[in-house]
Design a protein around this ligand. Structure first.
Ligand code: GDP
Ligand code: ZN
Length: 461
C-alpha cells in the first residue's frame, strides 16, 4: 500500500518539559533533512537507524533558526508504523511545538488525522485491530490495573485466544466439509457430529468465560460510577474529600473530548471510581435537593456503586428508610459515620434493612474506617479473587457485542447439531461464528468500521 507522509504533535497538549512532533511515511526523512541542521552538517539520511541527533531546525526558505531540537531517526520496518519515522523533540510550550509542526507541514507532510499513526501500524500489519484498540485504551487508562488490561491486549493476549478459537472452528468446518463431500460414508457422518459438537461447546464455553470478564473489564476501562447519598449533614462531602485526598486523583485529560458532567476519578486499590456529579454534592450538599427527585433516581439507577451514608449518633429517620427503599436492588455499601460521637443509631435495625450488604463504620473527622471502606469497595468489585494481571479481560464495547453475537451463532450450531439438522446447515452457523470472531481482530472488518474506530484516537497516536 502507498501512503503519504503524516505528522502530528504526539505529546499531550498543555505544559510539559518536552514536546514531540512525529512524522511517518516515505518522505519523513527527506522532510526532516530539509529542516534539520546538525553541528557537522551531516544529513539524517546518512545516519544509522534508531539514533538520536542534536541540532537546530531552520526555515529552509530563510535559513532562520527556529528551534533547538533532538531528532530521533528510525528507518522502516522496525518502527511503530513500519514506515520511516522521525520524532522531533523540542522544548515544551504550545508556541514552539506548533511552530515546528507548521514547518514540517510546509516542508511537505500532511497533518495526521486522529489515530492515523495507529491505523498505519494496523494497515501495515504491525498490529491487529484489538491491539490498535488497546493503544487507545492505554492512552485513556485510569488505573494501573486498567493499564494492565490494555497492555495484555496490546501484547495480543485476546488476539491469541481468539485465534485459537477460530482455529478450532476451522477444524470443525473442515471436518464438516469432508462429510458434505462424501455423504455416502456413514461413518464420516457418525464422526462429524461428536467432533463438531465437542469443539463448538469448547468454543462456546471460552466465549462465555470471556464475557464474564466483561463487566470488570468495562469498569476498569470506564470507572465504577459511584454516587454518595444520605441525609444532609451525615458526612457525604467529608467522605468524598477523604476518598479524593487518600487516593491519587486520576487525571483524565483526553485530547479533543469535553465532558458535560463533572466527574472526579479516584483510584481505590485498583478500582477506578468515577464519583458522579461530585461538584453538585460539593456545592449544594444534597444531590436530591439539587437535581430533583426524578433525576436523582435516574442517577442512582445508572450508578454501579452507591455509598450510602448514615449518622452513627442519630436514630434512623423515615427519610433514611426511604433511601434504603430507593437503593434496594443496587450494589451499595452502608457507611455509618461519626463513630466519634455517642451512639444513637440502632445497628441491628440498619443490618436488617441492609440485608446482605456490607456495613462499614467510620469517623471521617478522625480519619478512621476509610481503609475498611476501601477494602469493602475492592472486595465488592473483585470479589477478592480476580487479579487483572493474569487474566484476559474483554473491556471494549465492540468486542463484547461481537462476542455476544458469536455466542448466539455457536449456540445455534450446537442446538442444530443436537436436533439432527443436516451438517451443511450447521456449517453455516459455525462459519458465521468464525467470521464474527475475526471481526474482533480485524480480519473481516470493512473500511467504514476502520475509519470510525481510528477516528476515536487522540491526535498524534
Ligand atoms: P453532608 O451534608 O452529608 O455532605 O455532610 P458534610 O460532609 O458536609 O458534614 C457535615 C458536618 O459533619 C461537618 O461539620 C463535618 O465536619 C461533620 N463531620 C463529618 N464527618 C464527621 C465525623 O466523622 N465525626 C464528626 N464528629 N463530625 C463529622
Ligand atoms: Zn456536604
Amino acid at each position: 500500500m502507498e501512503f503519504d507522509t503524516i505528522a502530528a504533535i504526539s505529546t499531550p497538549s498543555g505544559e510539559g518539559a518536552i514536546a514531540i512532533v512525529r512524522l511517518s511515511g516515505p518522505e519523513a526523512i527527506g522532510i526532516a533533512d530539509k529542516l534539520f541542521r546538525a553541528p557537522g552538517g551531516k544529513k539524517l539520511a546518512t545516519q544509522a537507524t534508531h539514533t538520536i541527533h542534536y541540532g537546530h531546525l531552520a526555515d529552509p526558505w530563510t535559513e532562520e533558526v527556529v528551534e533547538e531540537v533532538m531528532v530521533s531517526f528510525m528507518k522502516a520496518p522496525k518502527t511503530f508504523t513500519r514506515e520511516d519515522v522521525i520524532e522531533i523533540n523540542c522544548h515544551g510550550g504550545i508556541v514552539s511545538v506548533n511552530r515546528v509542526l507548521a514547518l514540517v507541514l510546509r516542508a511537505g507532510a500532511r497533518l495526521a488525522e486522529p489515530g492515523e499513526f495507529t491505523k498505519r501500524a494496523f494497515l501495515n500489519g504491525r498490529i491487529d485491530l484489538s491491539q490498535a484498540e488497546a493503544v487507545m485504551d492505554l492512552i485513556r487508562a485510569k488505573t494501573d490495573r486498567a493499564m494492565d488490561v490494555a497492555l495484555n491486549q496490546m501484547e495480543g493476549r485476546l488476539s491469541k485466544l481468539i485465534g485459537t478459537l477460530r482455529q478450532a472452528l476451522l477444524e470443525s468446518i473442515a471436518q464438516m466439509e469432508v462429510n458434505i463431500d462424501y455423504p455416502e460414508y456413514d461413518d464420516v457422518e457418525e464422526m462429524t457430529r461428536p467432533i463438531m459438537l465437542e469443539k463448538a461447546q469448547w468454543v462456546r464455553s471460552e466465549i462465555e468465560k470471556l464475557l464474564q470478564t466483561s463487566s470488570q473489564g468495562k469498569i476498569l476501562r470506564e470507572g465504577l460510577s459511584t454516587v454518595i447519598v444520605g441525609r444532609p449533614n451525615v458526612g457525604k462531602s467529608s467522605l468524598l474529600n477523604s476518598l479524593v485526598q487518600e487516593n491519587k486523583a486520576i487525571v483524565t485529560e483526553i485530547a479533543g473530548t469535553t465532558r458535560d458532567i463533572i466527574e472526579e476519578y479516584v483510584n481505590v486499590r485498583g478500582v477506578p471510581l468515577r464519583l458522579v456529579d461530585t461538584a453538585g454534592i460539593r456545592e449544594t450538599e444534597d444531590i436530591v435537593e439539587r437535581i430533583g427527585v426524578e433525576r436523582s433516581r435516574k442517577v442512582l439507577k445508572e450508578a454501579d456503586l452507591i455509598l450510602y451514608v448514615l449518622n452513627y449518633s442519630e436514630a434512623l429517620t423515615a427519610e433514611d428508610e426511604l433511601l434504603f427503599e430507593a437503593v434496594k436492588d443496587m450494589d451499595y455499601i452502608v457507611v455509618i459515620n461519626k463513630t466519634d460521637l455517642p451512639k444513637n443509631i440502632d445497628l441491628d435495625q440498619v443490618q436488617e434493612l441492609a440485608g446482605d450488604k456490607m456495613l462499614v463504620t467510620t469517623s471521617l473527622i478522625e480519619e478512621e474506617g476509610i481503609d475498611q471502606l476501601e477494602e469493602a469497595i475492592a472486595e465488592l468489585f473483585f470479589e477478592g479473587q480476580i487479579e487483572a494481571g493474569d487474566m484476559t479481560y474483554v473491556s471494549n464495547a465492540r468486542h463484547i457485542a461481537l462476542l455476544h453475537q458469536a455466542h448466539q451463532t455457536i449456540s445455534d450450531a450446537i442446538e442444530a447439531a443436537d436436533m439432527d439438522v443436516p451438517v451443511d446447515m450447521i456449517q453455516i452457523d459455525v462459519t458465521r461464528t468464525w467470521e464474527i470472531l475475526g471481526e474482533i481482530i480485524g480480519d473481516t472488518a470493512d473500511d467504514g468500521l476502520l475509519n470510525q474506530l481510528f477516528s476515536q484516537f487522540c491526535l498524534g497516536k
